[in-house]
Each structure stands twice: as structure tokens, then as C-alpha cells.
Design a protein around this ligand. Structure first.
Ligand code: ACO
Length: 402
């Protein structure tokens, strides 16, 4: 119904690409992604090898600085991050102000945004020294901010970071330790968390990363840019899918466990229901991250000697969907979020915190892209065009005549 020649006359030649499905917004050397063949590499290193052999902070170094660190560089990087794990004591007051049932993603984006108010000496996006400090501050403080948001919801006192612990150990103790009681950090939980953070660490120009680049392109500071990325990640079509998957699997169980019913509902466009954790803009064969996470699920549940009915239902759902014409035709496969929730549950992490963990994993990727965007010799403010379809001119009527 749109008159294209009329549109061109008013807007000039503009490429319309809904959802930027085929538009390259930048050049990048951070992550190589081949969606047809299910390949994901950070700075050229296969995700499978990094997940099997690396510590998350090593991967953060790789993404942000372009190289895997040697032992000395890694130790220096970790030491610097350790020095910044505390958040300003006055920031605790924010947590008192939030309602107890506030979603932790809302708390996370608000408190990260508020870092700009407390750390004003590292806000200049052009000064490399200030940028470096803000990077270390963010990496160090995000787990603290995240764990505090959980403690707030649980009505428990905050547990301060303990700097002789590793990044993942520290997060787990801030989440689960309670004062006056010994807390033993489980090595399997640390390994599982480390792996999940690594597989989420970057995914080129996804919605939240593009948001971080877009906000940063106006020379907004790093904290403000990352806060915007956290908000973009929260949506159920993006990072919020990990929470939505578990809610969907629980619903399937509550309604009798018939996975076919839900597959059929997802095929019916009128239902407005989608299989959460299924489909991806770029992967059209399989999502390599899903493969890694599914294997880790299997291993972790076996090691902990627990079974999770959700894992069983998820596997049934995958089987039924993958043999269904609708899903085959549209190349819809389980994505990174389909099985991650099963691991988070096994670690005792409450469902509302799942997307927060995704944000912790994605942080180095967001930073790497923000830095890359600023260093690009062709950097310009992000400013897409549009095809205007409203009236081009109307006669103004004073209010008494309308
Ligand atoms: N269930 C049912 N149908 C689906 C699903 C799904 N999960 N995903 C896509 N489709 C259908 C669409 O209805 C559409 O059908 P049509 O051609 O008949 O109109 C077709 O597949 C293509 O879907 P689009 O929405 O155009 O694909 P797009 O690339 O825009 O969206 C997205 C990708 C958002 C991931 C989508 O597949 C989806 O909504 N999945 C569920 C949410 C989810 O798991 N998100 C996490 C993604 S991974 C991440 O962000 C970390």
C-alpha cells in the first residue's frame, strides 16, 4: 500500500532494512561468526577451545586488548580488577530505595548508570588513562552490584567482596554466603559459572552491543553506555530469554508435560507464543554455544547427582521441534539460552538473576566494542535514516478549531 515513488521523492534514496538484518553498521575485529556453519571465534580463537581451557578474565583480556595474556599480564590484570571490587559505601543507599521485589536487571542498569556519579574521574571517553580505569572498575564492580541486587531481594545483608578469591568464586560467595556461617565454595559451581560467562562474552553486533556502540558514539561515557546495553539485554527476545525459557519449561510441566502442545502453539501465529530459546538472527544451522552448554548441563547434573525435570522437558521439546516442518523450514534451533537456565538452577541461582549473569558474561564484549568504536579512524556518531510515511505537510489549526 506504500507509494514507493512518492516516498523516494520526499526522502531521497535510503536503504530500508527492518531490524538491520542485512546492514553492517561497522567493521570489527573482535568476533568472527559464521551462522551457516555454527562457528564462533573470539579474536580468531574457537569458542570451544576458550571454554575448555580459559579463565573468564583471560577471555576478557583477549576481547578487550586483542590478545590472550601471558602469566604476568594476567596476574597484573587480575590484581588491578581486585583493587576495584568494592562499590562506594554510599551506593548502598540506592539499594534501600529500591522495592524489595524490583527486578535485578532494573537495579543493575540503574546502579551501573549511577557509577558515573561516584567515579567522575574516569568519565572522559577520549582520555585513554580514564578509559582504562573505567574498564577495570566496571569489570570489578559488576559482580558486586549484581550480588547486592540479589541480597536485597532476599532481605539478607550484603557480603563484601573478598579479594583473595577468583572472579567467579568471589561472585558465588557474595551471592550465597551469609554472615556468621561458614560458606564453602564448590569447585564444580565455579567451573560451570566460568564456562557460562565465557560463552556469553561476545557475539558481535547483537542488540545490546549495538546499543552500547550507539550510545558510545555520541561520546557518552563508558558507564552510561554499558547501562544502556544492560537495558537492551533485559528484553525477552534477547538476554531475557534465559529467564523466559525456564518460565516456559515450568509452565509445560505444570500443564501436564505435553511438549507437542507448546510446539503447536508456537506454530500458530495467532497465539503470539514463541518457543523461548529457539531461533536466532544469525545461526541457521546450530548455535555452537548451545552445544557447549548442553554438554556442560549433562556433566554438571551427573556430577551433582541431581536430575532436573526441566532438563528432561527441554530435551523433549528440542527433539519434537527439530523434527517439525515449521522449525526445519525456518531454520529454528535452540540458542545459547535454551539450556543455560538448567545450569543456573543447578547452581542455586534464582531465575530473576539469569539475565544478570548474562550481563556479567557479556560485559567484556560490550567494552571491547565500545573501545573499538572509539579507536576507529572512521568513527562517526550513529545516526540511521528512516523512510517517513506520515503526512508531509498539514495545515495548522488553532485549538478552538480542532
Ligand atoms: N518460535 C516460533 N516461531 C519463531 C521463533 C520461535 N522461537 N523464532 C522465530 N520464529 C518464526 C517467526 O515467527 C518467523 O516466521 P514467519 O517467517 O512465518 O513470519 C520466522 O521464524 C523468522 O523469525 P523472525 O522473528 O523474523 O526472526 P528474527 O531474526 O527477527 O528473530 C529471534 C530472532 C528474536 C531470536 C527469534 O527467533 C525469537 O523471538 N526467538 C525467541 C526468543 C529467544 O530465544 N531470544 C534469544 C536469542 S539469543 C540471544 O539474544 C542471546
Amino acid at each position: 500500500g506504500v507509494d514507493v515513488s512518492k516516498l523516494l521523492a520526499t526522502t531521497g534514496h535510503i536503504t530500508l532494512d527492518d531490524g538491520y538484518a542485512n546492514t553492517g553498521s561497522c567493521t570489527s575485529s573482535v568476533t568472527f561468526l559464521d551462522g551457516d556453519n555454527g562457528i564462533l571465534r573470539y579474536r580468531g580463537y574457537p569458542i570451544e577451545e576458550l571454554a575448555a581451557g580459559c579463565d573468564f578474565i583471560e577471555v576478557a583480556h583477549l576481547l578487550i586488548y586483542g590478545e590472550l595474556p601471558n602469566a604476568k599480564q594476567l596476574e597484573d590484570f587480575k590484581n588491578s580488577i581486585r583493587r576495584h571490587t568494592m562499590i562506594h559505601e554510599e551506593m548502598r543507599a540506592f539499594y534501600n530505595g529500591f522495592p524489595r521485589d524490583a527486578h535485578p536487571m532494573a537495579i543493575l542498569s540503574s546502579v551501573v548508570s549511577a557509577l558515573s556519579t561516584f567515579y567522575q574521574d574516569s568519565l572522559d571517553p577520549i582520555d585513554p588513562r580514564q578509559v582504562e580505569v573505567s574498564i577495570h572498575r566496571l569489570l570489578a564492580k559488576l559482580p558486586t552490584i549484581a550480588a547486592y541486587s540479589y541480597k536485597k531481594s532476599a532481605g539478607q545483608p550484603f557480603i563484601y567482596p573478598q579479594n583473595d578469591l577468583s572472579y567467579c568464586e568471589n561472585f558465588l560467595q557474595m551471592m550465597f554466603a551469609v554472615p556468621c556461617e561458614p560458606y564453602e565454595i564448590d569447585a564444580d559451581a565455579v567451573a560451570a559459572l566460568n564456562l557460562l560467562l565465557i560463552v556469553h562474552a561476545d557475539h558481535e553486533q547483537n542488540c545490546s552491543t549495538s546499543t552500547v556502540r550507539m550510545v558510545g558514539s555520541s561520546n557518552a561515557n563508558l558507564f552510561a553506555s554499558i547501562s544502556a546495553g544492560i537495558s537492551a539485554l533485559w528484553g525477552p527476545l534477547h538476554g531475557g530469554a534465559n529467564e523466559a525459557v525456564v518460565l516456559m519449561l515450568e509452565r509445560i510441566i505444570q500443564e501436564g508435560g505435553d511438549v507437542s502442545k507448546f510446539v503447536n502453539m508456537a506454530k500458530d501465529k495467532k497465539s503470539n507464543f514463541r518457543l523461548m530459546g529457539f531461533g536466532h538472527r544469525v545461526y541457521k544451522n546450530f548455535d555452537p554455544r548451545c552445544k557447549i552448554i548442553k554438554q556442560a548441563c549433562d556433566k554438571l547434573l551427573a556430577k551433582l547427582s541431581v536430575s532436573d525435570p526441566l532438563f528432561d522437558v527441554a530435551q523433549q521439546l528440542e527433539q519434537v521441534a527439530l523434527s517439525d516442518e515449521y522449525f526445519i523450514e525456518r531454520k529454528l534451533y535452540p540458542n545459547v539460552d535454551f539450556y543455560s537456565g538448567v545450569i543456573y538452577r543447578a547452581l542455586g541461582i534464582p531465575v530473576q538473576m539469569f539475565t544478570v549473569l548474562f550481563a556479567m558474561g557479556r560485559l567484556p564484549g560490550w567494552i571491547a566494542h565500545w573501545v573499538e568504536m572509539h579507536r576507529s579512524p572512521t568513527k562517526r556518531i550513529y545516526r540511521p535514516r528512516q523512510i517517513y510515511t506520515g503526512p508531509t505537510q498539514r495545515k495548522f489549526q488553532p485549538i478552538e478549531k480542532r
